[in-house]
Design a protein around this ligand. Structure first.
Ligand SMILES: NC(=O)c1ccc[n+]([C@@H]2O[C@H](COP(=O)([O-])OP(=O)(O)OC[C@H]3O[C@@H](n4cnc5c(N)ncnc54)[C@H](OP(=O)(O)O)[C@@H]3O)[C@@H](O)[C@H]2O)c1
Length: 254
């Protein structure tokens, strides 16, 4: 915080999957808290629109996180625009194509791993040298209950989220002592395009939930903002569940 009183004043955040849903609301919340933001997604027009909405403190960085060289360039573009990188939000993720294992297309299954698991590694790999040189930073990764238990027709998603949680633990193990704050957030179900895709599949109990069962993406954004502060330090190298009523109270949502 500086003289503006804003909690992320002077900080720079790179947010993946910022074209809509949780990522877009996180960009809005972080910018409102004073951060300069880099908005990463494949949809160039959508991130450009959001950067325009937020104003000069935002830069749009079209990028496919499944390709390391694109992620590395995205971090370089963030540094060019904003001069530093304090917070990485590994939020981008996909769930399609939803399929049982015996029917799944192997290439499409692998593409989900490339985005949800390798994309998280790519973000960490590109951001860590910058953060270490700066003396630390926060790496917040959107996890899922699917990391902990099997969900029918989601083998790609469950496997990728389980792996991504381990990457948070690894980042903490290797760099926690050097000031890197790695934390995962399992949000519960959130009212975004991803839940529309899940509902359209009609396959498992999650697809049967009603829209009112989902929390708004702004709650996730507010939780991520809270996770940037030392209030969340009990969870370094671990996962926070937004289903937990105590966490909701601490964050101030619900
Ligand atoms: N919604 C839920 O109930 C729920 C529950 C638990 C966890 N999550 C997790 O929350 C995160 C955000 O999901 P959401 O609910 O906000 O879904 P969403 O509305 O579908 O947004 C997904 C975002 O990821 C981006 N993305 C996908 N593939 C990408 C790639 N290869 N490179 C760069 N960006 C990519 C998309 O943008 P482009 O298509 O423009 O690239 C979009 O901005 C995901 O990690 C998801 O697994 C969601």
């Amino acid at each position: 915080m500086d003289q503006t009183g804003k909690e992320l004043a002077g900080k720079v955040a790179l947010i993946t999957g910022a074209s809509r849903g949780i990522g877009a609301d996180t960009a809005r919340a972080f910018a409102a808290a004073g951060a300069r933001v880099a908005l990463v997604a494949r949809s160039a027009e959508a991130v450009a629109d959001l950067a325009g909405e937020i104003g000069p403190q935002a830069v749009a960085v079209p990028c496919d996180i499944s390709r390391y060289w694109e992620m590395e360039q995205a971090v370089a573009n963030c540094l060019t625009a904003h001069g530093r990188l304090d917070i990485l939000v590994n939020n981008a993720g996909v769930i399609e194509p939803i399929a049982h294992m015996a029917d799944a297309d192997p290439d499409a299954w692998g593409q989900v791993i490339d985005i949800n698991l390798k994309g998280v590694f790519h973000g960490m790999r590109a951001a860590l040298p910058v953060m270490l040189a700066q003396g630390g930073g926060s790496i917040l990764t959107i996890g899922s209950g699917a990391a902990h238990g099997p969900v029918e027709a989601w083998s790609h998603y469950c496997a990728s989220k389980a792996g991504a949680l381990m990457l948070t633990k690894m980042a903490h193990k290797e760099y926690g002592a050097q000031g890197v704050r790695a934390i995962s957030l399992s949000p519960g179900t959130v009212a975004t395009q991803m839940q529309r895709d899940i509902k359209a599949s009609g396959i498992n109990p999650v697809s049967q939930l009603s829209w009112d069962d989902h929390i708004p993406p702004e709650w996730v954004a507010r939780t991520l903002l809270w996770m940037c502060s030392d209030h969340a330090d009990d969870f370094l190298g671990d996962e926070i569940s937004l289903r937990d009523p105590d966490i909701r109270t601490r964050v101030g949502v619900a």
